[in-house]
Design a protein around this ligand. Structure first.
Ligand SMILES: *Cc1c(COP(=O)(O)O)cnc(C)c1O
Length: 235
């Protein structure tokens, strides 16, 4: 790397480090590093952190909350038209229209009421973001995502609603279990439905996700540092 001085901000250094680890994992998996998209998860972090990452040529960002994304992103997007925003947090149906308006991808379709709301939003806007079904691979009661048992039916119904706009599957494995079997399960499920994209792997387990076929990894703290938890985000 010649265009980013090693004396740059910690965010730039960590970004370089993560890119190198993604590339190394891809090569170990006999895959091309370019086939893996890094989604930099900037939730709770200020606009200045997003700016630092943009300065390091990071273009794809993930946010959990629509309202936070609305405060942070439109101004940046004017200056960086290449920038892409993925909504990766659980979505209320009454936020579907706003989510479709601001996002390039919504990764958290997990129930019929939400897919219906997104379909309506698409009709109104005349366009839809890329869509992913989130699967609750650990069948955890408190977690969003469609249950394993209902996944096939729900994915089929999303396919008929959205056609090619449904591009893939997403999961967040349980924290107290090894991630890899969950990634393998999601990859198999995507294959069986002919879906090309797999959003899986976070700061702690993205290399394993790449070995199981992840095409997007969502990485927050390993790039931006620990998330401020006490103070809510202020622009
Ligand atoms: C916060 C979050 C991430 C990033 O988590 P890190 O462990 O900080 O990398 C990824 N995916 C989702 C859905 C998240 O909510």
């Amino acid at each position: 790397m010649t265009d980013t001085p090693s004396t740059g901000s910690p965010i730039l250094q960590r970004l370089q480090n993560i890119r190198a680890r993604i590339a190394a994992a891809a090569i170990r998996a006999d895959r091309h590093p370019d086939d893996i998209t890094l989604v930099a998860v900037s939730k709770f972090h200020p606009q200045s952190s997003v700016l630092a990452a943009l300065g390091g040529h990071q273009t794809v960002f993930g946010e959990n909350r629509v309202q936070e994304a609305e405060q942070k992103f439109p101004a940046l997007r004017d200056a960086w038209p290449d920038m892409r925003l993925h909504i990766i947090g659980g979505l209320q149906t009454n936020k579907a229209l706003q989510a479709c308006r601001i996002a390039d991808a919504v990764e958290t379709l997990d129930r019929p009421s939400l897919s219906d709301a997104i379909a309506k939003a698409g009709d109104r806007l005349g366009r839809l973001p890329q869509l992913f079904v989130q699967v609750n691979t650990g069948d955890e009661p408190q977690k969003s995502g469609i249950a394993r048992q209902e996944a096939d039916t729900f994915i089929d119904s999303c396919k008929s609603l959205f056609g090619e706009r449904l591009v893939g599957l997403m999961c967040i494995p349980p924290e107290d279990e090894p991630s890899r079997p969950h990634f393998a399960y999601l990859a198999q499920l995507a294959r069986s439905h002919g879906l090309p994209k797999l959003s899986m792997g976070m700061s702690g387990d993205f290399e394993e996700a790449i070995l199981e076929g992840a095409t997007l990894v969502r990485i927050g703290s390993a790039i931006f540092g620990p998330r401020p938890t006490s103070a809510p985000y202020r622009p």
